[in-house]
Structure formats: structure tokens, C-alpha cells
Design a protein around this ligand. Structure first.
Ligand code: GDP
Ligand code: MG
Length: 455
């Protein structure tokens, strides 16, 4: 499988100081295969691989990395950037900064999931749910309307999801024109002071002129702050053409990738981003109205590459650069930002590399040594490995926000790392102690820290 092949290639390149045409060729071929297997469109794959190559060639291989690790690092970070990681942490947020009502127009082919997503977004906005950065949008008063005048059933479907979402539904019918419906809805939303108006539209089975004209006209009339292109993740190679057609006809502001709960590897995400340049804002992960999540560029990059193991290769590479990690942590503490489980994990990784756990434990903060149970040599190492296993089984978001770790996630993590749930709990309470100590350190400065460390 790909992981094995990559690991092997990564190893064979050990000892070279620079990334070259020759030492990257094989890995790039594997990357190309992985992307194609994930259903990324061929032209997008070509562009991507060319870009990675351009970035990588001639690059010096830092520290203890092998060229293979360095290249996998470039691939991963480039993919994450392409997925929207370079757009900043709030790229996935809906913009509602419009004189109310803020209007959201849904576009996409029939069956893409527009009506379902309209219901999901309605619920999301009504409840003022967290974004992935933990910011709240605040609870909104939401109105939904359907401009799908070709299928009465589609209008009824929206009525049903609106009721489930607990938002208001403005009836429309197939006798009306889409523009008429839009004008009515706008007026109604203004008169009754809705914060947000979601406009569901008709789609066709394929891209056609009439559909594009219709939705362009709706766009001109509604002047929406968000025009979301809804696309089925299972669409695969074809997603590129569909995205291109919609992007040419409409000033899209974002993408919703639906049906990611299927077995698609999400290659469409890369294709669509590449073609539209717009951020994927949400992903649909079930038919239910709760099945909507903010988009995570890094997770999608991992999914497309097809494995957590590529990421662990990257992480191995990153961890080898001790000093950088340490500096980052120091800077983070200095800047007063929160010490989270990601930092804890980095610390453990650094500590593990220093070897000789027995003597190391003595140097660790008192609370921590206590928590580790005053273990000797081998035992401590084993303990440390188990802790790292637990931390590795969490997602980066969970490590950034340990409060996410409710019972079901803990169970998943325990299963993933092969430990009892109690051990996950123990680690979390150790982390709590550690966090408390970090706070003190910030307050009390170096001297206090040295005392705490018994030095
Ligand atoms: P529309 O024609 O674009 O309005 O698409 P619909 O909202 O009617 O959705 C088409 C089908 O896809 C329906 O059966 C939905 O239940 C289903 N669907 C939509 N989003 C998702 C999703 O995220 N996951 C899954 N599994 N099914 C979805
Ligand atoms: Mg529909």
C-alpha cells in the first residue's frame, strides 16, 4: 500500500542534503497516484505536482530530516495550503456582514444536497453554533424559501427541513417565477426583520444554459453576501467541470462539500478549490440536519493523501527539529496563549527524544513526575509511549480544545490507542495540572519555574 511504499522511499533517500530531480521523482509519482486514487481531477493533479516540485527542488534538507521526509512535508503543507489553510482560520465562516437580512444563495446541480444543506445551515444559524475556531456566530432569526419551481416536491422538502431546523419557511409555488419568489422573500424578510434569508434553488442533472441564466438572474436580484456552491464529494473527476461552469456564471463566495460520509476520499475538494479559488466552508457528513461541519483544510489534506501515516511521517520530520519546537512553545507561552494538548504532545515528543527517562523524570516538573508515578527507566518510557499514543489518537482540533473530549470521543481515543478509558482520563487530569503550572510560570516567571522543577 501507499504508506509502505512511501515509507520505503522516504528511507532510501537518507543522507542527501538537497531535494533533486532524481531523489524526488519516485515520491512524486506516489503522490500523483494517491491524488488520482482520491479522485482529484487530472489537470489539478498535474498542476499540484508541478507546484510541489518547483517548491521542493533545490530546497535544503534541514537538520536530521531525510530528503524524503522533507518532500512529504512539502506535499502535506502545500496540500493543506491549497485546501484553504492559507486563507486563515476564519475562512470557513459564513459572512453575514450585510444590512439584514443577510442573504445566502445556494447553487449546484440537482441532487448535490442544496435543500438538505439549506436546512443544515438554517439550523446552524438558528442555534448560533460554534465555528471550528470556537467563535460563535450568535443565534439568528432565519427565513428559508425555495425557488425550485420545477418540482413541487422540492418545495415541500424544504418545508419539511425548515420545520426540523426550527426556522420559518416562506411558502412558494410552481406558478411563480423564481424572481417573483425571490422578490417576495426579500420583502418578507425585511418587513419581519429576519437576520438571514436562505434561498434554495433548482438544479439540473447536468450543467445547462437555462439553469445558469436563472441563477444569475436570482443573484442579480438578491445581491447575496454568500453564494455557496454545493457539490457532492462523490462527484469525482466531473466536479471540475461543474465547478468551472458555476464559477464562470456566478461570483461564488464559498463551497459546501456534501456526502463526505460516503467512501469518497474527498478529491473533489481539491479540484473545486483549485478551479474556483473559493474556500470550502462546510462539509456535509450525514443526511441529518446535524450532519454539517466546518471545513478543516488539514484533515482534508490527510484524507486525500489517504492516511494518517503520511501525517505521522511529517510529524516525525517535524519533531526532529527540536529547537524550533521549543522556540515555538516558548513564544507561545510568552504571547500568553493557551497551553494545549498539542503543546503537551510536542513536549512529550521532545522529552522522549532525550533518552534516559530515569534521570529525566527527576528534572521534570514535580507534579508531572508525581503523575507519572515515580517510575523508573523502562517503565517511565513505556508510560510515556502510552501517553503519546493517546495524544496521537486525538485530532488536532481535540488537542487544541480538550473540552471537546466528551465520553464518546474518549472512547474512540481509548480504542485508537489501545488503552482503557481511565487512562485517557488520567492523562487529561495530568494535563490539567500541567496547564495550571504553565499559568503559574507565566505569572511567576523563570525563578518560580526553576523552583517548581526542583532545580
Ligand atoms: P438538491 O437536489 O441539491 O436539493 O439535493 P438534496 O438536498 O435533495 O439532497 C439529495 C440527496 O442527498 C438526499 O437524499 C439527501 O438526503 C442526500 N444528502 C445531502 N447531503 C448529504 C450528506 O452530507 N450526506 C449524505 N449521506 N447524504 C446527503
Ligand atoms: Mg433541492
Amino acid at each position: 500500500n501507499l504508506t509502505n511504499r512511501l515509507s520505503r522511499v522516504v528511507k532510501t533517500l537518507r543522507g542527501e542534503a538537497r531535494l533533486t530531480e532524481a531523489n524526488t521523482q519516485e515520491i512524486l509519482r506516489e503522490v500523483r497516484m494517491a491524488l488520482l486514487e482520491a479522485d482529484v481531477a487530472l489537470p489539478v493533479v498535474r498542476d499540484f505536482v508541478a507546484k510541489v516540485k518547483e517548491k521542493a527542488l533545490g530546497e535544503e534538507v534541514v537538520g536530521s530530516l531525510t530528503p524524503g521526509q522533507a518532500l512529504v512535508g512539502v506535499v502535506h503543507s502545500e496540500l493543506t495550503a491549497l485546501m484553504g489553510g492559507d486563507l486563515g482560520p476564519y475562512a470557513a465562516e459564513l459572512s453575514l456582514a450585510q444590512q439584514p437580512p443577510a442573504i445566502v444563495l445556494m447553487a449546484g446541480l440537482q441532487g448535490a444536497g442544496k435543500t438538505t444543506t439549506t436546512g443544515k445551515l438554517a439550523r446552524w444559524l438558528r442555534e448560533g453554533l460554534h465555528t471550528h475556531e470556537g467563535r460563535k456566530t450568535g443565534k439568528k432569526k432565519v427565513l428559508v424559501v425555495s425557488a425550485d419551481v420545477y418540482r413541487p416536491a422540492a418545495i415541500e422538502q424544504l418545508r419539511t427541513v425548515a420545520a426540523q431546523a426550527g426556522v420559518d419557511f416562506l411558502p412558494s409555488n410552481t406558478e411563480q417565477s423564481p424572481e417573483e419568489i425571490a422578490r417576495n422573500a426579500l420583502e418578507h424578510a425585511r418587513r419581519y426583520h429576519y437576520d438571514v434569508l436562505l434561498v434554495d434553488t433548482a438544479g439540473r442533472l447536468g450543467v445547462d444554459e437555462a439553469m445558469m441564466r436563472e441563477i444569475s438572474a436570482l443573484h442579480a436580484l438578491l445581491k447575496p453576501i454568500e453564494t455557496l456552491f454545493v457539490v457532492d464529494a462523490m462527484q469525482g473527476q466531473d466536479a471540475v467541470n461543474v465547478a468551472k461552469a458555476f464559477n464562470d456564471a456566478l461570483p461564488l463566495t464559498g463551497v459546501v462539500l456534501t456526502k463526505l460520509d460516503g467512501d469518497s476520499r474527498g478529491g473533489a475538494a481539491l479540484s473545486v478549490r483549485h478551479v474556483t479559488g473559493r474556500p470550502v466552508k462546510f462539509v456535509g457528513v450525514s443526511e441529518k440536519l446535524t450532519g454539517l461541519e466546518p471545513f478543516h483544510p488539514e484533515r482534508m489534506a490527510q484524507r486525500i493523501l489517504g492516511m494518517g501515516d503520511i501525517v505521522s511521517l511529517v510529524e516525525q520530520a517535524q519533531q526532529a527539529i527540536d529547537q524550533q519546537d521549543a522556540q515555538k512553545l516558548a513564544a507561545k507561552l510568552k504571547s500568553g496563549s493557551k497551553f494545549d494538548l498539542n503543546d503537551f504532545r510536542d513536549q512529550l515528543a521532545q522529552v522522549s527524544k532525550l533518552g534516559d527517562m530515569g534521570s529525566l523524570m527527576e528534572k521534570l516538573p514535580a507534579q508531572f513526575a508525581q503523575a507519572a508515578g515515580q517510575l523508573k527507566g523502562g517503565q517511565a518510557e513505556q508510560q510515556m509511549r502510552r501517553m503519546r499514543g493517546i495524544l496521537d489518537s486525538m485530532t488536532p482540533a481535540e488537542r487544541a480544545k480538550p473540552e471537546l473530549l466528551k465520553a464518546s470521543r474518549k472512547r474512540r481515543i481509548a480504542t485508537g490507542s489501545g488503552v482503557p478509558v481511565q487512562e485517557v482520563n488520567r492523562l487529561l487530569s495530568q494535563f490539567d495540572q500541567m496547564q495550571g503550572m504553565m499559568k503559574q510560570m507565566k505569572k511567576g516567571g523563570m525563578a518560580k519555574m526553576m523552583r517548581a522543577m526542583g532545580g
